[in-house]
Design a protein around this ligand. Structure first.
Ligand code: HT7
Ligand code: ZN
Length: 866
């Protein structure tokens, strides 16, 4: 498998001004006729280069012509995914007919069938599975696409742009031609053909363009599209107001498909969505699900500018569109809901999963330098850390200059394929700042560490903060240069009064910041709002953390202080567990939690965040060596202790939040439900029968999936096995025909930490609702078992590792992208004790020894074994 390097980038030798496609969609095969208007790139000196087009090795080529002349086999060569034609003129039309077998396409890249409908996924390199093409993002072309199919089976025929012609052949087949006026790279091409129902609405842009909004799904799901439609309209308005960006076509379409490798895809004018990111109904969708729909709909819409109008020069620049778009969607969600809660959720994901990625064998910079398979680089680093990098620019420049910078970026590069340097250059130009040091965030991997010390001189009233930054080595990068970063800080007096608020800018390995006229030694509130994606170390006392938890004016840091305290206490219990000592729960924590729980003036959403213990995965990320059992036991002990110490308060909070109002998916109602269900989870942890009855009652009486699933999960994960089995069976009976709900049913059981988990997931893999070809089902069963049921997956006998490796080897032949992603937990083997590490390594080696690994899995396995 070949490695591609950023430093080898060469501009394309050939450009394609127009691409005309005709798809004859049939049950047994699809014929694709492509006509490409090709010209030598005037910017490239060597005009005698052969024409090289990418095309999947397995794709059948049945006709190849230049300017109407059929080419003989001797006129071209096909090798390793490439078609080379020598001696071509400066400008010509290439015609190419390929034969595809979409019904056999289980990789879900290129053209495939999902539940009987045809659909495509072309990012990153799927278009080369449809026809031969310079399938790279810096070749942009105007597409005209005709779809021909049986009218009864496929009444809806969609592609990018606007429909310009349609007709029937009198023998049951019909056709539609679509024209997309905007030049685009091939990765944004899409088509859909199926028997689909439609929710239609419209939107008028600020400048008066009337846009038809159409969301397509299977007929049975038509009642689950309203929330996505409202989210789309909110996103369109928000992008006009906050970024001055309007939509640029007459139609915006979203299609929901059940078989999809990721969340959604921003194809120009024709987004294709995983059903899990578009369907939403109170009865079948949890609050989390609603928020995901809102966020993903907005994310794909925002790509119309950050990704489509201005796209990436090459795939190393992926974060140019993804990091920026995640930042945009996070700000949108913050504006639509609670800003602090959104920030807490995002930072939790970053700290738990992105930090782990940054410390693992696949660590890479936000702008990677090499890859074997680009699909492996749709990562938390490129997306989430990339968004943090954009956020830091926003913080350093301020909202106004950042907006000027984004305006300049969009205007200067409209219709171009550009780099992350171009993005930063626009920010430099509007601010007059030199951001060359800042760009290290794009080129250096690893999570920086900030060590903060302070000094106070009561005589002079001078307070001094000393900040040291460092960054651990990562693959191929032994030494790191210091970063430029914003460190948002507050200084608090003991009673919580704010003595100083501001932003410090770090550029050096070690820096000192002095503050005058400070009457008493302050408590520093550091890295407010998580102003940079770093690990911050400061030796807080428990009392200081309790004071910040109570008084910090920065909501994020109030929550963070509580988390730091919990982490410290949990780590102490882990040590005691390992040493065979009795564990204990801090009385000070109980008092602080009681205060939060009983203060009715506080926002329930924030209280719920503060009273949630850090997850086992996060505790693992923080550990030098991950001791799965000690983490699980310490956390369970603490949960139970806090449950019992505050039993009455949990019940009161539960009753207070159980308002009986009709379901709404707004931030306030979601916040109330989250505190209510958290309270129920602690009551269940207290382990007494009345609380089991309360959970059962909630399960039976709730009219929404959030409450029903919360109750089911708590009972299913409890020691009350009889009731657990009864409710799981009832849930199955009720929802067996709702595929997305059945995914939840699988995930609840796969993440059940009680005895016998592996046996349970094994038998679920045989259950009729499970379908190993559907990525959502795989994620619900395999992903949940390996990622959320840590004590079971990491069973000492290594059975979880063998199970996962068996699955990967099977799935790799079917869907390499999904196989490669599910493999992640095994790649972290170096973080575990010797016994586990050796068993995980052995499974990686077993995969490595398998002859025909895909590039996707080979890259991850081989890098993990280094
Ligand atoms: N830009 C989209 C990426 C995507 C994708 C990538 C690889 C394989 C399958 C995929 N499906 C969608 C998603 C996004 O960030 O909006
Ligand atoms: Zn995206």
């Amino acid at each position: 498998h070949e490695t591609i390097y950023l430093e080898d980038y060469q501009p394309p030798a050939w450009l394609i001004s127009h691409t005309e496609l005709r798809f004859e969609l049939e049950e047994e095969q699809t014929l694709v006729r492509a006509q490409l208007r090709i010209q030598a790139n005037p910017a490239v000196a060597d005009k005698r280069k052969p024409l090289e087009l990418f095309g999947d090795e397995g794709m059948e080529l049945s006709r190849l012509c230049i300017d109407g002349q059929i080419l003989e086999a001797s006129d071209y060569q096909r090798e390793a995914g490439c078609l080379r034609i020598n001696n071509v003129p400066e400008s010509f039309t290439l015609e190419c007919v390929t034969r595809l077998l979409p019904h056999e396409n289980t990789a879900l890249e290129g053209l495939y069938k999902s539940d009987g409908m045809f659909c495509t996924q072309c990012e990153a390199e799927g278009f080369r599975r449809i026809t031969f093409f310079p399938d790279r993002p810096d070749v942009m072309s105007i597409f005209r696409t005709t779809l021909v199919a049986d009218k009864a089976r496929y009444p809806v025929l969609l592609s990018n742009g606007n429909p310009v012609d349609t007709g029937e052949d009198g023998e049951g087949r019909h056709w539609v031609t679509w024209d997309d006026p905007w030049p685009k790279p091939s990765y944004l091409f899409a088509l859909v053909a199926g028997d689909l129902a439609l929710l239609e609405d419209h939107y008028t842009t600020t400048s008066g363009r009337e846009v038809a909004l159409r969301i397509y799904a299977e007929r049975k799901d038509l009642d689950k599209l309203d929330y996505a439609m409202q989210s789309l309209k909110n996103a369109m308005r928000w992008d006009e107001e906050v970024y001055g960006r309007e939509y640029d076509l007459d139609i915006y379409m979203i299609v929901a498909v059940d078989f999809f490798n990721m969340g959604a895809m921003e194809n120009k004018g024709l987004n294709i969505f995983n059903t899990s990111c578009v369907l939403a109904h109170p009865r079948t969708t949890t609050d989390q699900g609603f928020q995901r729909v809102e966020g993903v709909v907005a994310h794909e819409y925002f790509h119309n500018w950050s990704g489509n109008r201005v796209t990436c020069r090459d795939w190393f620049q992926l974060s140019l569109k993804e990091g920026f778009t995640v930042f945009r969607d996070a700000e949108f969600s913050a504006d639509m809901n609670s800003r602090t809660v959104k920030r807490i959720e995002d930072v939790t994901l970053l700290r738990t999963a992105q930090f782990a990625e940054d410390a693992g064998p696949m660590a890479h910079p936000v702008r990677p330098e090499s890859y074997m398979e680009i699909s492996n680089f749709y990562t938390l680093t490129v997306y989430e850390k990339g968004a943090e990098v954009v956020r830091m620019l926003h913080t350093l420049l301020g909202a106004e200059l950042f907006r000027k910078g984004s305006d300049l970026y969009f205007e200067r590069h409209d219709g171009q394929a550009v780099t992350t340097d171009d993005f930063v250059a626009a920010m430099e130009q509007v601010s007059g700042r030199d951001l060359s040091q800042f760009k290290r965030w794009y080129s250096q991997a690893g999570t920086p560490r900030l060590q903060v010390h302070d000094d106070y001189d009561p005589q002079s009233g001078e307070y001094c903060l000393t900040v040291r930054q460092s960054c651990p080595p990562s693959p191929g990068q032994d030494h790191k240069q210091p970063y430029q970063l914003p460190l948002s800080v507050g200084l608090l007096a003991e009673d919580g009064t704010e003595l100083y608020t501001g932003m410090l800018e770090l550029t050096e390995e070690e820096q000192q910041f002095r503050f005058d006229n400070i009457a008493r030694r302050p408590v520093p509130s550091l890295l407010r709002g998580f102003s940079a994606p770093v690990k911050l170390e400061y030796d807080y006392t428990d009392e200081q953390l309790l004071m910040l938890l109570r008084h910090d004016s920065d909501g994020f840091n109030r929550w963070d202080a509580g988390q730091r305290l919990c982490i410290r206490l949990l780590q102490e219990q882990m040590l005691r567990y390992r040493d065979g000592l009795a564990m204990s729960c801090s009385e000070a924590l109980v008092i602080a939690w009681r205060q939060l729980l009983t203060d009715e003036s506080l926002d329930p959403a924030m209280v719920a965040q503060c009273l949630r213990l850090p997850s086992e995965a996060q505790l693992g990320e923080l550990a030098e060596r991950i001791d799965v059992t000690a983490i699980h036991e310490a956390r369970e002990f603490m949960r139970k202790a806090l449950a019992q110490a505050l039993e009455q308060e949990w019940l009161q909070a539960y009753q207070r939040c159980d308002t009986g109002d009709d379901y709404t998916a707004d931030a306030e109602a979601i916040g109330r439900r989250s505190l209510k269900n958290l309270a129920l989870s602690y009551l269940m942890a207290a382990g007494r029968e009345p609380w089991l009855e309360l959970a059962r009652q909630q399960y039976e009486q709730s009219d929404n999936m959030t409450d029903q699933l919360a109750a089911l999960t708590l009972v299913a994960h409890s020691e009350f096995r009889e009731t657990a089995d009864e409710l799981l069976q009832a849930f199955y009976q009720q929802w067996q025909h709702e595929s997305l709900v059945m995914n939840q049913w699988l995930a609840v059981q796969a993440s059940d930490p009680t005895e016998g988990a592996l046996q349970r997931v094994n038998s679920l893999a045989q259950h009729p609702v499970f379908d190993a070809r559907n990525p959502n089902k795989l994620r619900s069963l395999i992903g949940a078992f390996c990622g959320q049921n840590l004590a079971s997956f990491h069973a000492e006998d290594g059975s979880g590792y063998v199970w996962l490796a068996d699955w990967i080897l099977t799935l790799d032949r079917q869907n390499p992208q999904v196989a490669s992603r599910l493999l992640t937990p095994l790649t972290r083997w170096k973080r575990y004790d010797q016994g586990r590490a050796a068993q995980m390594q052995a499974q990686l080696q077993r995969m490595m020894d398998t002859a025909e690994l895909s590039a996707d899995v080979y890259e991850v396995v081989s890098k993990s074994l280094v």
